[in-house]
Ligand binder design. Structure first.
Ligand SMILES: [Zn+2]
Length: 381
């Protein structure tokens, strides 16, 4: 529709402007239509307006860091550090959270690397990256719990604006971040005592087929060779009126395709896991067509939709005989527990065959705690 002479090679800008003005101001419906198309479609395709976040604007093609302050009635104060990458072109909004458990360092350090790896000048859409969701837990070196109120942020969603400090942090994420997103990933790794195998996971619900399928594709394209399916159709936390408890479950409940990453173990910083998370997020950005590139999912994926939990019947000292990632057969010995005088109390066996997703990796054990989780392989692709 636009005549060729507007973009002939070597055309000087003032000549272009002259020709364009003459073209537009000559009468004719086709020219008026062309002008309107230029005004409406080209900006939509090639540019986007600033992204409003936390009372500020992020210009297209830039990134901005935010420090969201949260406080409660007990004089507790904390912050939630967030980076927003706003691409030059219109596209989806991907939300990513690290540090919901502040002792899980691999995802937090992956987030730090992503600050430089995600280039907003070549990005389509927007990435909202929560660098450390639970600074209280991170700074206090506290596994699972926020020491400010003793609560587990990943059991506190959707939170409450007038609740304790952890409930207010959850509320900020549920109200100000998750609803802005079209896709959502919550990143975890094994907490201080958790020897964990790396995997991706997604939410599945019979009444939410479309977003379940989108979540499945996200999980696959994160590049892990084990993918857990959270079957949530009959779960209480998915029911209207029940608390969603988990960060990514809150996103899924809000109608957003959601995946989890679990990568890292025992509260350690191992660069193989940090880099695996960075590569996973880059793969996801390719898959969502937010960056040009081809995702590289694992060649073969084991899907797990059932997990077997083995719990301790005693307080004492646990000696694991297997590590995370090992494939075991039902009946294999996984470890044993002694009392404080080294007398045997209990031998621990696998109840099912499968992969050890988690095994307690440090000595203290309390009655009723999970000692190991075995993923039962459903199908392979
Ligand atoms: Zn965690």
């Amino acid at each position: 529709m636009i005549p060729l002479y507007f973009h002939s090679p070597g055309l000087k800008f003032h000549t272009f402007l002259q020709r364009f003005t003459t073209y537009i101001f000559n009468p004719g419906l086709d020219r008026v239509l062309t002008f309107l198309l230029c005004c409406l479609i080209l900006p939509a395709l090639y540019g986007q307006s600033p992204f409003s976040f936390n009372g500020e604007r992020v210009a297209a093609g830039t990134k901005k860091h935010f420090t969201i302050r949260v406080s409660d009635d007990q004089a507790n104060q904390t912050v939630i550090p967030v980076t927003v990458f706003h691409g030059k072109r219109n596209g989806p909004v991907l939300g990513i959270t690290a540090g919901v458990h502040g002792y899980e360092y691999a995802p937090i350090l992956a987030g730090q690397k992503l600050i430089r790896r995600i280039d907003p000048t070549i990005l389509t859409g927007t990435v909202i990256l929560v660098q450390v969701a639970n600074v209280g837990s991170f700074s206090g070196r506290s596994p699972y719990l926020n020491p400010l109120d003793g609560k587990n942020l990943n059991r506190s969603f959707p939170g409450h604006p007038d609740g304790s400090i952890t409930e207010r942090m959850a509320n900020v994420i549920s109200s100000n971040i998750i609803p802005r997103c079209n896709y959502f990933v919550d990143m975890h790794g094994g907490d201080a005592p958790e020897d964990l195998a790396p995997y991706a996971a997604y939410y599945q619900h019979d009444q939410k087929q479309e977003i379940s399928e989108k979540g499945r594709k996200m999980a696959i394209n994160l590049g892990f060779d084990h993918v857990i399916v959270f079957k949530t159709t009959s779960k209480d936390y998915m029911k209207v009126g029940s608390p969603s408890l988990y960060c990514s479950a809150e996103a899924f409940k809000q109608g957003i395709p959601a995946a989890d990453i679990e990568c890292g173990r025992l509260g350690m910083v191992e660069h193989i896991f940090v880099n695996k998370i960075v590569a996973g997020i880059e793969n996801l950005l390719y898959h969502l067509e937010m960056i040009k590139g081809v995702p590289s999912p694992a060649e073969k994926i084991a899907f797990i939709d059932e997990r077997s939990y083995i719990t301790s019947s005693h307080d004492g000292i646990f000696y694991p005989l297997k590590s995370s990632g090992a494939y075991v057969l039902k009946g294999m010995k996984l470890g044993y527990i002694t009392d404080f005088f080294n007398a045997p109390l209990e031998e621990i066996y696998a109840h099912e065959s499968g992969i050890i997703l988690y095994i307690l990796g440090t000595p203290p054990v309390n009655k009723g705690e999970t000692l190991a989780t075995i993923g039962i392989i459903k199908e392979e692709e």
